[in-house]
Design a protein around this ligand. Structure first.
Ligand SMILES: Nc1nc2c([nH]c(=O)n2[C@@H]2O[C@H](COP(=O)(O)OP(=O)(O)OP(=O)(O)O)[C@@H](O)[C@H]2O)c(=O)[nH]1
Length: 155
């Protein structure tokens, strides 16, 4: 499957007028013991069955935090506390050029509900669910760096 990470210096060219950039708000839900939540993309979406962090596209006029709050309520039935952008990564897929805004989320209310019939898994490094979406892999690399984890982050 394709999904090319776009380096910082290439952003302007890749984001030219002929290829609109789709902004996406993504939540990295964290537990105190370091586990993080992955969900599998539901049937009917591109890359169905691939594992990713929950989130979705910004709607017109939304900030990343607003979009994340809406998406996590819609998908997981939780109400998140404050969330700030942790890292941003562009990925060039055949179907879209996406700019992923990853936010760590430590604080939420409500029990997790899989409202889109997706599957979920609390994970540690190395991740043992497969396949992982290409645009999710950078997050595993950043987490590995923070944790001084060496070796493969996923299968
Ligand atoms: N949620 C999420 N999306 C990601 C991640 N990594 C990644 O490349 N993406 C890409 O970001 C885009 C998010 O779109 P989506 O289809 O999940 O968004 P959405 O829920 O608003 O979709 P819809 O309104 O079309 O149903 C997809 O192109 C997806 O492949 C990730 O870790 N989480």
């Amino acid at each position: 499957m394709n999904g090319l990470l776009v380096a910082d210096g290439e952003r302007q060219r890749e984001g030219g007028a002929d290829r609109p950039v789709v902004d996406v708000a993504v939540g990295v839900l964290m537990q105190a013991d370091g586990q993080f939540l992955l969900t599998s993309r539901p049937e009917g979406k591109v890359y169905a069955g691939y594992w990713e962090f929950p989130g979705g596209k910004l709607e017109a006029g939304e900030t990343v935090e607003e979009a994340l709050r809406r998406e996590l309520q819609e998908e997981l039935g939780i109400v998140i506390g404050q969330a700030q952008i942790w890292k941003t990564q562009m990925v060039d897929y055949p179907h879209a050029l996406v700019r992923l805004h990853f936010c760590k989320v430590w604080d939420w209310q409500g029990d997790l509900q899989m409202r889109e019939a997706q599957t979920h898994a609390w994970q540690q490094l190395p991740v043992d669910v497969v396949p992982v979406l290409p645009g999710t892999i950078p997050v595993l690399t950043w987490l590995a760096a923070e944790r001084q984890f060496s070796g493969a982050t996923h299968r």
